[in-house]
Design a protein around this ligand. Structure first.
Ligand code: ADP
Ligand code: MG
Length: 704
């Protein structure tokens, strides 16, 4: 029989891998979606165990995984009569000291395979119990005369194992054997997606070496260099896309250049501006003005804390566009916010005779028809609305500026749909967010966006006094509420509402509403939530704003945009169910007038100390940027950004929070590369990789 020499390639199905076998291959497919040798190479370890060094027992460190080498003492089986189980103990001696080894269950195999005086390697975390050094359930490896100890001492990658993998015997030791087999006969036809000049300049490990070093490292240092390389690669690919998109936006698309600031800005500034702009507002308006003066589309994000005054900045941008005879579309994630903006804009623009249209799901068909006609004819200079603004049947005569408020609530696709409403050119784009995003996340997400920061609050703002209460302290919160109501002030009481438990959450709002009505009979209470019609919501908002109701009970539909200076108390029930950034944003609903204000965050019943501590960060910090960093660290980017944020691929190995430095280096490398070689002609493998990457992560919108 001719002997077949095995050789593995990237596409080789795992079932052909010797030492794995078809059954385990099937389990790998089912449990972690690996089907080829290439998939296996990209199964990144979560961490490493350094078993290259034997620790003398006398130098053992507590609670750290270490390797010990010694001889076993006598075995003893002890029966615990009370709890009806038996345990096995023995000792390990190595000449420097001794420790106890203990198994509480499933120890019969130990008893069968090992004997007194036998030489072993022991791997485990020692603890100190009843004056004795002890390891429970250690890994135990027999040492025989022919055992090559050096071969056993290695750096072991630890893979993300599921219960199913573990049951199939796919432990980290098994993975090591499988990778040894794979690399012995691996024929990889791989070109490095990272250009050689960058590999050299950033001292990166070359790709093939890195795959091996990642799975079969000879030292921890080597493993870390390999991990660095793949993290760099993940960030690099995304940043190349961002750099290309930025270049595309700036060089391939034209926008109308508003060379004149226009008569409306002057008129508004000198005759109708209701207050003095802060220095930060002036700076950001100048940045916007500069961008809009160019024939390339502006793509600018304004980050500013709640109450920093972003709306008036948006108004100035709008006045520049309208003054140059172009239309403006302002898009918001909620109807309440759209209505709020429409009110502000109408108030500011009415003296100048500029009409403001409102387009939400809630307006009548007749109104809608009229607005659509006016937009198409160009008679309506400014339209404010929700996602209704980018629907197919909405046509604009001369859309020159889009403003997207709370932009993180929209996906990249949705934003792009609005931008495509301007044809054949692109509009200038202004994005706003009151949930400041940590710098690293902004780099990862918005490589193609210029960022302006409003880091100054309008004068005379008082910091909101923040209280974190256990649910048993609710009476204190209500006393505070009573006191403020007696002073003639108003209050919000907010409940969480998530889709998964929508029914129960709505019930909680209604029960809360009734309880508060009962507890404060001499005051009028309103209720607002997302399931109401938009007329109902607007009606409730208007009643609260005009002071007809004193307490507004609701969900986070009032999170954004509500500006009622007379409201001085905010109570948030089940505060632990919100992210810190969102709570900070809610807190911004009060403290808008000249009176001292209070935010009371009430925790769910039975909340742990730890979770309470998380909330207490809000008592310590009042700066939205600082809070967002803490929030991102605690929740990770997926939760932090929310499900709607479809702009960011899930990184498989890199971590936005911890790998900020790698991100910065990769970004610099990518942007420099695209500047020098925009079409990547000098390095075809990168093009191929990007193709694959875009498909894998569903990032097609990057190419439009
Ligand atoms: P946000 O940045 O949260 O959107 P807004 O634009 O709603 O904040 O502004 C919050 C409040 O502050 C509004 O009532 C607004 O009119 C007011 N405001 C904005 N800028 C100034 C300023 N420079 N001086 C005084 N009040 C201001
Ligand atoms: Mg706002």
């Amino acid at each position: 029989m001719a002997s077949v020499s095995t050789s593995y390639a990237w596409q080789t199905p795992l079932k052909y891998l010797k030492g794995l076998g078809p059954r385990r291959a099937e389990i790998l497919q089912k449990e972690v979606n690996l089907s080829t040798c290439g998939d296996l190479l990209e199964y990144y370890p979560r961490r490493y165990l350094d078993y290259t060094r034997i620790t003398p027992i006398a130098q053992a460190l507590l609670d750290q995984e270490q390797v010990f080498r010694g001889k076993l003492g006598a075995f003893r089986v002890r029966v615990s009569p009370k709890r009806n189980f038996s345990l096995l103990t023995t000792t390990l001696y190595d000449g420097t000291g001794w420790m106890e080894l203990i198994w509480y269950h499933q120890w019969h195999w130990v008893r069968e395979q090992f004997t007194e005086n036998q030489g072993v390697l022991i791997i485990g975390k020692p603890t100190y119990k009843s004056n004795t050094l002890q390891i429970s359930h250690p890994e135990i490896l027999p040492l025989r005369a022919d055992t090559d100890v050096q071969k056993l001492l290695a750096v072991y990658p630890v893979y993300p194992l599921t219960e199913g993998l573990r049951k199939a015997g796919l432990t980290h030791k098994r993975f090591r054997m499988i990778f040894q087999e794979l690399f012995q006969s691996l024929r990889l036809d791989l070109s490095d997606p990272i250009p050689p000049a960058i590999v050299e300049r950033y001292n990166l490990m070359e790709i093939k070496t890195a795959y091996r070093a990642m799975h079969l490292p000879t030292s921890l240092e080597e493993a870390h260099r390999a991990a660095y390389r793949f993290k760099f690669q993940e960030f690099f690919l995304l940043q190349v896309l961002l750099a290309q998109r930025k270049r595309l936006l700036k060089s391939e698309f034209t926008a109308p250049a508003f060379t004149q600031i226009g008569p409306l800005v002057e008129e508004f500034y000198h005759r109708h501006l209701p207050f003095q702009l802060t220095q930060a507002q002036k700076r950001v308006i100048r940045e916007i003005r500069r961008d809009m003066g160019q024939a390339v589309p502006m793509n600018r994000l304004i980050q500013g804390d709640v109450g920093s005054g972003k709306t008036i900045v948006a108004l100035f941008a709008a006045l520049i566009a309208i003054g140059n005879s172009y239309q403006v579309a302002l898009m918001t994630p909620t109807e309440v916010l759209a209505e709020q903006h429409a009110r502000s804009f109408r108030r500011w623009l009415a003296p100048m005779g500029i009409p403001v249209g409102l387009l939400t799901g809630g307006i009548s068909p007749a109104q809608r028809k009229r607005i659509l006609a006016q937009l198409q004819s160009g008679d309506l200079p400014i339209i404010i609305g929700t996602h209704a603004l980018y629907q197919d049947n909405v046509l604009y005569a001369r859309l020159g500026l889009t403003i997207i408020d709370e932009q993180h609530k929209f996906g990249v696709r949705q934003r792009a749909l609005l931008w495509e409403k301007a044809q054949p050119y692109r509009p200038h784009n202004l994005l706003m967010t009151a949930t400041p995003i940590p710098r690293t996340l902004a780099l990862a997400l918005y490589g193609d966006v210029d960022v302006s920061i409003i880091d100054e609050l309008p004068p005379n703002r008082q910091p909101v006094q923040t209280l974190v209460y256990a649910s048993s302290q609710r009476p204190q919160a209500w006393r505070l509420l009573q006191q403020e109501l007696e002073k003639g002030h108003q209050a919000y009481v907010i409940y969480p509402l998530v889709e998964e438990s929508e029914k129960l959450d709505l019930q909680a709002v209604e029960v809360g509403y009734q309880e508060i009505q009962k507890a404060f009979p001499q005051y009028k209470v309103g209720m607002i939530h997302g399931k109401m019609s938009s007329e109902r919501k607007e009606h409730e908002m208007a009643r609260f704003k005009s002071g007809q109701t004193q307490i507004l009970v609701g969900t986070t539909v009032i999170e954004v945009g509500v500006d009622v200076p007379n409201a001085t108390v905010l109570i948030v029930e089940h505060a632990d169910r919100f992210g810190l950034s969102q709570l900070h944003q809610l807190r911004g609903r009060v403290g808008r007038g000249s009176h001292p204000s209070y935010a009371v965050f009430i925790a769910s019943r039975g909340l742990s100390e730890q979770a309470l501590e998380r909330l207490q960060a809000l008592q310590t910090y009042h700066d939205g940027f600082r809070i967002s960093e803490i929030d991102l660290k605690l929740r990770g980017p997926g939760d932090f950004l929310g499900k709607k944020q479809s702009g960011l691929p899930e990184f498989r190995i890199a971590d936005i929070v911890d790998d900020g430095d790698i991100l910065k280096a990769a970004r610099e490398a990518a942007f420099t590369l695209i500047e020098e070689d925009p079409l990547l002609q000098s390095h075809p493998p990168l093009q191929t990789y990007l193709h694959y990457y875009i498909k894998q992560y569903g990032l097609d919108f990057f190419t439009t």
